[in-house]
Ligand binder design. Structure first.
Ligand code: HEM
Length: 160
């Protein structure tokens, strides 16, 4: 851990409870973690997304998770309202926006709008984590990518 922090040039002073911190810090930490542990950054982001939903969100924000919806589709439709609420208690946040573009019994098309780049695989992991959380089999494909010139990332979630 010390090695990761040192190679990212990060110290404890960078983290203050309930305040946002610069993306450079987070991205630097991801980069140096992957280098130190010899991990593929895309795979790391998927695993991190899953872990975030199943461990961080469920254990530390359990109330929010229950309040935001009882099915995957309802939950996804409430993500913006949920982030709005969170934004009221943190400072310096630039929350993402998620829009369920279409949905039927077999699939959901979800638009992910963000000021940030590079989090597509993190979102894939979050969606896989949400599938597990709602005990819903999901297969995720990315039908448009901002990194390839699309306006936003668009995900298709096939429901099993
Ligand atoms: C239950 C609790 C949740 C809380 C408390 C929460 C809170 C936050 C906070 C504080 C940020 C940082 C915003 C910033 O720094 O500007 C954030 C970002 C983000 N959240 Fe959540 N979130 C929750 C659930 C979720 C879920 C379930 C998803 C699933 C799709 C999600 C997707 C994201 C993404 C992709 C970002 C990255 C920001 C970006 O693209 O700019 N969040 N969230």
């Amino acid at each position: 851990m010390q090695k990761v922090l040192e190679s990212a040039g990060v110290t404890d002073e960078h983290f203050v409870t309930m305040q946002g911190y610069d993306d450079d810090i987070a991205l630097g930490l991801i980069g140096s973690t992957c280098k130190t542990l010899d991990l593929d950054p895309a795979e790391f982001l998927v695993d991190f997304g899953k872990y975030w939903v199943l461990e961080t969100a469920v254990k530390h924000y359990g109330g929010v998770m229950i309040f935001a919806g009882r099915t995957l589709k309802a939950f996804l439709g409430n993500l913006d309202a949920m982030h709005e609420q969170v934004a009221a208690t943190f400072t310096n946040l630039r929350q993402p926006s998620f829009q369920v573009e279409s949905a039927d019994d077999s699939s959901i098309t979800l638009i992910y709008k963000s000021e940030r780049d590079g989090l597509t695989e993190f979102v894939r992991g979050l969606l896989l984590g949400l599938g597990e959380h709602f005990q819903q089999e999901v297969e995720i494909s990315i039908v448009a990518r901002k990194s390839e010139g699309a306006l936003h990332d668009i995900f298709r979630i096939d429901l099993g």
